[in-house]
Design a protein around this ligand. Structure first.
Ligand code: NAP
Length: 313
């Protein structure tokens, strides 16, 4: 007979791994399903300095996540690599249909996280991977000594822009307002960095180039003026990184659980509207999306799953 897990966790970012640790430690049979590498957005984050207790010099997203994965495993959580194609969440036994098999569980914790939002300019798709990127960790080294532009004004944009200054000769942040949204401590470091520049009240409206990105049109939203940015002829290319917020990975759950603008609605104890189904991490409606809040969500969701199962007995 096919195994029925106590808990199936969808996603192995900080929320999913923390849920795995708590569920495993409660002696629940636990399966974590992840299609890519563990860590979600943290897998492509260079510097983690605000996770409590994290004082290791040079801690990166991947190094922190590797320890979280190890810890979940240590407490017995199984982890498989598979792509989730559909879910059946109603009823006592939930089904998660993946490319390599169907998994059954008495409870499900949804922790599939969020992904980057596209810049939204003309020709964007044409230049993704040819100058446009959404991952500084992955692509910064391609821009060694080139000019780089970063769109956005939040924590991600400013932190990743500073990381990019280690490679690029100059990094210009293009922000649609005249002040940053990023935490003040992050802003202070950015304003002190001699390689950083800022284009305020500005949005990228169009990108262009032959094979590679070497031209873009930036509009001042106050005056309507369009500035043409061109690559230095010796370079023939510049980099454009987008960090303008997130979109929740919840397409699979549309019509199955309550969502609001794509984000999962939960109560304070992370129950969705479907009995036995919980949500944790960045895909939830919440005010603060950080590793610490994702990890806390995972702990709460797993503990609530345990309570739910105990009451069923
Ligand atoms: P965010 O905080 O939502 O900021 C998005 C930024 O992009 C904002 O400055 C916003 O401008 C701008 N923006 C949004 N849509 C735009 C558009 N269509 N065109 C141009 N600009 C646009 O997103 P994030 O920086 O990716 O961070 C996501 C979450 O992760 C946040 O909760 C953040 O705190 C967290 N995070 C934390 C850290 C850290 O603490 N070290 C690091 C990375 C991320 P406006 O300001 O005008 O709205």
């Amino acid at each position: 007979m096919e195994k029925i897990y106590d808990v199936i966790i969808l996603g192995a970012g900080p929320a999913g791994l923390s849920a795995g640790l708590y569920a495993g430690r409660s002696r629940l049979s636990t399966l974590i399903i992840e299609k890519g590498v563990d860590g979600g957005q943290i897998a492509i984050t260079n510097e983690i300095e605000n996770y409590p207790g994290q004082v290791l010099e040079g801690e990166t997203g991947p190094s922190l996540i590797a320890r979280m994965t190890e810890q979940a495993k240590k407490f017995g959580a199984e982890r498989i690599s598979d792509t989730i194609n559909s879910v059946e969440l109603d009823g006592e036994i939930k089904k998660v249909v993946c490319s390599n098999g169907t998994y059954q569980g008495k409870t499900v914790i949804i922790a599939t996280g969020a992904k980057h939002r596209n810049i939204g300019c003309e020709n964007e798709e044409k230049f993704i991977g040819k100058g446009i990127s959404f991952c500084a960790t992955c692509d910064a080294s391609f821009f060694e000594d080139f000019e780089v532009y970063v769109v956005g004004g939040g924590d991600a944009a400013v932190e990743e822009a500073m990381y990019l200054t280690k490679f690029a000769r100059k990094v210009t942040v293009i922000h649609r307002r005249n002040e940053l949204r990023a935490a003040k401590s992050i802003q202070e470091k950015a304003f002190k960095n001699p390689k950083m520049a800022f284009m305020w009240d500005s949005v990228v409206v169009k990108v262009d180039g032959d094979e590679l990105l070497n031209k873009m049109y930036v509009k001042n939203v106050k005056t309507g003026e369009i500035t043409t940015v061109e690559a230095d002829p010796d370079d023939g290319l510049f980099g454009l990184f987008g960090f303008i917020g997130l979109l929740p990975n919840t397409e699979l759950f549309e019509g199955k659980i309550d969502l609001d603008k794509g984000y999962v609605k939960t109560d304070d104890n992370l129950h969705t509207n479907v009995p036995g189904v919980f949500a944790a991490g960045d895909l939830r409606i919440k005010v603060l999306r950080q590793v610490v809040t994702a990890a806390a969500d995972g702990a709460i969701a797993a503990t609530e799953a345990e309570h739910y199962l105990a009451h069923k007995k």
